[in-house]
Design a protein around this ligand. Structure first.
Ligand code: ATP
Ligand code: MG
Length: 576
């Protein structure tokens, strides 16, 4: 019988044999710890921008993560498939995404000049499979996943494998006859993801997320918490509200006070920013409003925010009548529509559709541009000076720390996160146009509700390192470490005693199925220690001549500073 893979691999885990090209200095082009350490510890090498080769230690970590993901998905009832990376344009034309997808989608032609893309995602392929093989509601619900390469020509690949152009994703897709069935699977996937990230010992948080163009209310992102994360998470200090800043909302503001000032026009020469105008008029920014002119679907439109608040682009471009993607009007266009340039625009007398954030609608006696260059109004009041009846009062700002949480519990605070997973409801936006229908119990054709579930496998490796490193290197959590144990044999080539003991230990590890990396190289102890810290294997046994004379070796955890002296025969028991 052939030896199992684990046994074969174990034989190749001598460091004298294994390719682990460590680097002493910090690479200058790596901005975050995980990227630096992945390069330095010989996990990855860059091939071109956003393209990486995974080296043996990195592959071991990927396989560990994949195994956890696969196990938990199978446990939750999903089935594994494997779809092609290269996808025919026809399917994307059916879903109307061939034109909608921008330059992030990599397009190519085969030898017959037929159009293809390198899959950035696989909704079209799975929906095509579904319509070919599944015809009855009796076959629903079903849930498929794959662990496959994705290609996205990201505008700014960065942070190593966190935002790469080619990366491994676990993507999953489910099909349902009704909402109740979808909701059950969604809840199951939510739990499944929580189990996966918990098993990886990741410090993570599930947050409500924007649903993009798709709509619907079911969307959660899973974030690995890290100061270097690209996403901002808003959470409530009490209760369990947490949402991506893209989507986070605060409690509604208190009722607007009555007007107490007359409206007057004041000269504000050269003052165009909210900060400058507020200082000039000796007001606070929160008593001013800012008016942003953007392109609407019919004309220009005005977005009005409290002066100290920031526009949330994701929210704004979802508003009915606002062009998507959001586009600010050019200065000349603003001037033609309002009679003034940006910096002096305000709602009084403005002949454009108004969208007013609730916080801006809740202040009285405010300052705003007078639609005359170099002038502002102060003492402006809704109703009296600007009719609010025709305006749309709608949330379109970023929440800020200290805002009242929407659940009424505590206040909003911010955290940074790396998005490692995303689950959401697709509805029938693929099943309908692609006519992937099934017969329901009454014999009618219905388009199933779909769900979609992603995990960034390669990004997770970086996220784990962001959370688990110190000044000396990586500190792998055991469930995702390349191997559990690192044996450092000091003076291995020259000392018969060390060689005999270390070889014996290595053989015993293999006999007991303990995954091990064996440093049998002809290197100085200092080099071995430094590289072991850099590589970050959780358990370490140091075999040296001096200890062996007493029948001892040293045992150390990567995360603890001191080693224990342990009788040679007892040391493997330390691993538990
Ligand atoms: P992001 O907002 O980070 O661009 P996304 O919304 O485009 O992510 P999805 O389409 O939901 O991502 O993909 C599922 C998962 O794939 C993400 O949660 C993330 O972990 C991973 N992922 C997405 N883009 C990349 C990338 N360029 N490099 C590595 N992993 C990625
Ligand atoms: Mg993206």
């Amino acid at each position: 019988m052939p030896a199992p893979l684990e046994r074969i691999r174990a034989e190749t885990m001598r460091q004298s044999h294994l390719l682990i090209p460590t680097i002493k200095e910090n690479p200058s082009d790596a901005d975050v710890a995980s990227h630096r350490l992945m390069l330095r510890a010989g996990i990855i090498r860059q091939v071109a921008s956003g393209l990486y080769t995974w080296l043996p230690l990195g592959v071991l970590v990927l396989r560990k993560i994949e195994a956890i993901v696969r196990e938990e998905l199978l446990r939750s009832g999903a089935q594994e498939v494997l779809m092609p990376v290269m996808q025919p344009a026809e399917l994307w034309q059916e879903s109307r995404r061939w034109t909608k997808m921008g330059p992030e989608m990599m397009r190519l032609q085969d030898r017959h000049q037929r159009d293809f893309c390198l899959g950035p995602t696989h909704e079209e392929i799975i929906t095509d499979l579904f319509r070919r093989v599944i015809h009855s509601y009796k076959q629903l619900p079903c849930n498929f996943f794959q662990i496959q390469t994705k290609f996205r020509d990201e505008i700014r690949p960065r942070f190593g494998v966190i935002r790469a152009r080619e990366f491994t994703m676990k993507d999953g897709y489910s099909f349902h006859i009704d909402q109740a069935s979808f909701d059950a699977t969604y809840a199951e996937m939510y739990d499944c993801y929580s189990r996966i990230f918990t098993r990886m010992q990741l410090d993570f948080r599930a947050v409500e997320a924007d649903t993009g163009n798709i709509g619907g209310s079911n969307s959660h992102e899973f974030h690995a918490l890290a100061d270097t994360g690209e996403d901002t998470i808003a959470y409530a200090t009490e209760g369990d509200y947490a949402a991506n800043l893209d989507k986070a909302v605060a409690a509604p503001p208190p009722a607007r006070p009555e007007p107490s000032e007359p409206m007057i026009e004041v000269a504000t020469p050269g003052q165009t920013s909210i900060g400058a105008v507020a200082r000039f008029l000796e007001r606070t920014e929160s008593t001013c409003v800012k008016t942003l002119i953007v392109k609407g679907t019919e004309s220009l439109v005005a977005l009005i925010l409290r002066g100290d608040h920031e526009l949330n682009v994701i929210k704004a471009q979802k508003l009915d009548g606002v062009l998507q993607p959001l586009e600010f009007a050019m200065d000349e266009e603003v001037n033609a529509a309002t009679g003034a340039y940006p910096g002096s625009i305000g709602p009084v007398g403005l002949q454009l559709p108004l969208y007013v954030d609730p916080e801006a609608a809740a202040i009285a006696d405010f300052v705003s541009g007078a639609n005359r260059d170099g002038y502002h109004h102060q003492g402006v009041n809704w109703g009296r000076d600007v009719p609010l009846a025709d305006a749309q009062v709608v949330d379109m700002r970023n929440v800020v720390p200290g805002d009242k949480a929407p659940n009424g519990q505590g206040v909003i605070e911010f955290l940074r996160g790396i998005e490692v997973g995303h689950i959401f409801q697709l509805g029938s936006i693929y099943s309908e146009p692609m006519q992937a229908t099934v017969l329901d119990q009454h014999g009618n054709d219905v388009a199933p509700i779909m769900g979609c579930y992603g995990i960034g496998i390669t990004r997770l490796v970086a996220a784990v390192i962001e959370q688990n490193h110190d000044d000396d290197g990586i500190c792998w959590p055991e469930p995702v470490a390349p191997v559990r144990l690192h044996i450092l044999a000091l003076n291995y080539p020259k000392s018969d005693a060390v060689r005999a003991a270390a070889d014996d230990l290595y053989a015993r590890c293999q006999a007991h199925g303990i995954e091990v990396l064996f440093d049998d190289r002809d290197e100085r102890p200092g080099v071995k220690f430094a590289e072991a810290d850099l590589i970050g294997i959780p358990h370490r046994i140091i075999v040296g001549e001096r200890g062996l004379k007493e029948g001892n070796v040293e045992y150390r955890l990567r995360t603890l500073p001191d080693a224990d002296v342990v009788p040679f025969d007892d040391v493997l028991a330390k691993l538990g």
